[in-house]
Ligand binder design. Structure first.
Ligand SMILES: Cc1cc2nc3c(=O)[nH]c(=O)nc-3n(C[C@H](O)[C@H](O)[C@H](O)COP(=O)(O)OP(=O)(O)OC[C@H]3O[C@@H](n4cnc5c(N)ncnc54)[C@H](O)[C@@H]3O)c2cc1C
Length: 558
């Protein structure tokens, strides 16, 4: 039997401070139920409660609890009362001597006791098994699904809880969310020994609680690689969006020792897309999460190392090697580097938005907040495809979705197929020439002030949810003075580097830079981070592949 079978079987717990009696009960239970149930034995109330807490954290089910009445620290009734806080659905049996029958009868009301059993219970076929059989039947009839996946207890309006949900979702870690105010959330917090003030609490499938974990702690505990296996590679890819994943797949499949470094979660912007409909080969569309999962598996299958939660903060040349330094000061070297750092959402400067970010105001995280939109009036700012996709997706959950656009129409910024989809969904409306001028709310978003740019009229609307998709900026400040960039921070490459056919400044090689090569030989750029790039998934993937071809050319000639 595997460990998984062991833990997935429903448990029957027996607690008795007399070791002889405890062993005898467990033996009889095991004889009859051992093939279908896990029999857990404890020799004190404290040990019994401890075992229940551990099982709770591991997401295991407990069907029946049998407790002796006379125990020194807590009597059986007090024990069952506390056990109920952890497993309210488990059936409860008190083992009593004849003299204690009165107490057992009283307990029926106190702890909602299902049964009391008089000791001795011989023969078990007559006295013990019929009772436990009936309790197991009753337990089976109620809905008890095991929760073997990661569990997260948090607060609906906590910005950090929202970030952790996003982090788990984007790294494809299945998890179940519990509000810290709901009874099961409180039970999990108690079992984890957490006070509920430090949230979130994440409980991994092996039952280990993490209180307010950092992204790096989470990554390590849910099985994502965070540390490079070597200190020298042929190719370091910085950024795990479509361009970076494309480069990692082609680099590794063509025999280059390749490591991909991602600061948050693989997938990049595409990983946040609910449905990409214009990517070649997916006529019915594909979600960003699916595409990312496949690409990541493909990259690792070919032998690429994929590191998450590692931010690169410096790039420098050390002779012929290129050195990449992480935020924690450690570094790795390689012959070549591909910059695939993409872009990230610009922030809207309206008063109130910063304070409420993660508490009703979200930048691009429409997917993880979808269930919170049920029955709500939701607002989306932005006129590009990302905003349109979010509107279509959220309209399945929300009462209404309003898209706010500064321009006079969507035609110039959104694909025609999306405009048609939006027009066909009655719960979506588009307000043109409209901008958000402020947001307010106590501990979460409650109200927005909107202004019409044509007549200058202001209006306030009640809403708890605002999603912003307002254009993006490249994340390249750390490359200042290292590689040439344009005025907006996008990385220049190939022909864009040279002025009227001249070699770029400080370029010392006899040849001109290759097509995707930056102002530093052996450092290439692919995807949205490149100046004048197409800002599409297909072009990012294509540039990742092309950059690898140029890496080969560079390695052959250097
Ligand atoms: C919601 C949404 C929907 C979209 N829908 C479509 C669509 O339907 N069709 C389409 O063609 N395009 C779509 N796009 C655009 C498309 O997703 C992007 O063009 C594409 O993701 C660009 O890929 P990239 O790899 O260049 O950059 P990104 O996807 O931006 O990825 C860059 C990655 O680099 C990481 N990174 C940045 N700096 C560092 C650092 N210093 N260290 C380590 N890692 C770093 C980031 O965390 C990020 O994961 C959509 C975009 C969004 C936001």
């Amino acid at each position: 039997m595997t460990d998984r079978d062991q833990t997935s079987r429903t448990a029957i717990l027996t607690v008795d401070d007399d070791p002889g009696v405890s062993r005898a009960v467990a033996r009889d239970l095991r004889r009859r139920y051992g093939d279908r149930h896990r029999i857990v034995r404890a020799e004190s109330a404290a040990a019994g409660l401890d075992a229940l807490r551990q099982m709770k954290l591991r997401g295991e089910l407990v069907a029946v609890i049998l407790a002796d009445y006379r125990m020194p620290e807590l009597n059986g009734i007090e024990f069952l009362e506390q056990a109920m806080d952890i497993y309210p659905g488990a059936r409860r049996v008190l083992l009593t001597a004849y003299a204690d029958t009165g107490a057992a009868i009283d307990a029926i009301n106190v702890v909602d006791l299902d049964h009391y059993l008089l000791k001795p219970w011989d023969p078990p076929e007559e006295k013990l098994y019929p009772v436990v059989d009936a309790l197991l039947d009753a337990w089976m009839e109620s809905d008890h699904r095991p929760v073997p996946e990661t569990k997260m207890v948090g607060h609906r309006w906590s910005a950090r809880c929202s970030e952790v949900r996003e982090f788990l979702a984007r790294n494809q870690v299945p998890y179940r969310w519990y509000n810290s105010d709901e009874p099961e959330g409180k039970r999990l917090l108690d079992a984890a020994g957490a006070d509920g003030l430090s949230l979130p609490v994440v409980i991994t499938p092996d039952g280990q609680p993490l209180i307010e974990p950092s992204d790096a702690e989470l990554a390590a505990r849910v099985g994502l690689a965070t540390t490079p296996a070597q200190d020298f590679y042929d190719l370091i890819v910085i950024g795990g969006g479509p361009a970076g994943l494309g480069a990692a797949v082609y680099g590794a499949s063509e025999g280059l020792r390749t490591v991909l470094v991602e600061r948050l979660a693989t997938g990049g912007q595409a990983g946040q897309s609910s449905r990409i409909e214009n990517y070649l080969g997916f006529p019915d569309g594909v979600s960003g999460a699916q595409l990312t999962d496949r690409a990541r598996r493909q990259a690792t299958k070919f032998g690429a190392e994929v590191l998450t939660t590692r931010e690169v903060v410096r790039l420098e040349s050390c002779g012929s090697a290129r050195r990449v330094t992480f935020a924690d000061g450690t570094s790795i070297d390689a012959h070549t580097v591909i910059l695939a750092t993409g872009v990230s959402y610009r922030r809207l400067g309206a008063p109130g938005l910063d304070e409420l970010t993660g508490r009703g105001v979200y930048y691009g995280s429409a997917l993880t907040e979808a269930t919170a939109c049920a029955g709500q009036d939701v607002y989306i700012v932005g006129g590009a495809n990302s905003a349109g996709q979010a509107a279509v997706f959220l309209s399945r959950h929300a009462k209404s979705v309003t898209i706010l656009v500064r321009g006079a129409s969507l035609e110039r910024s959104m694909s025609y197929y999306l405009i048609k989809q939006i027009a066909a969904i009655p719960s979506i409306s588009v307000r043109t020439c409209t901008e958000v001028v402020s947001a307010c709310g106590e501990d979460h978003l409650e109200m927005l002030t909107l202004r019409n740019a044509v007549d200058g009229a202001s209006e306030t609307v009640d809403t708890q949810l605002l999603f912003l998709f307002i254009g993006a900026a490249p994340l390249t400040d750390w490359l200042d003075g290292v590689v040439a960039r344009d005025a907006d921070g996008f990385v220049l490459a190939g022909p864009d580097l040279s002025v009227s056919g001249e070699r770029p400044a400080r370029w010392e090689l006899d040849r001109m830079p290759y097509h995707l090569e930056t102002s530093v030989p052996g450092v290439f750029v692919a995807g949205d981070a490149r100046a004048e790039s197409a800002k599409r998934v297909a072009s990012a993937v294509g540039e990742g592949a092309l950059a690898v071809m140029l890496v080969h050319r560079y390695l052959e000639k250097s």
